[in-house]
Design a protein around this ligand. Sequence first.
Ligand SMILES: [Zn+2]
Length: 62
Amino acid sequence: MRSRPKTMASACKHPKVRVVSRHDDAEFVECTECGEVFDSDEFRDMELEEKARQLAAEPDGE
Ligand SMILES: [Zn+2]
């Protein structure tokens, strides 16, 4: 019996996505892990954010 809405989606970092539909200048991707669908631009932003965080965490940057 499920009484709570799923909250896993917010914790998913969407490591694997596939393109589900494409419009003139927009592309929609679906996360194969949690099934969430979002704009690929949005996904790119998330990816960049993640990379920026990783770079910031680097101990020695030249
Ligand atoms: Zn996901």
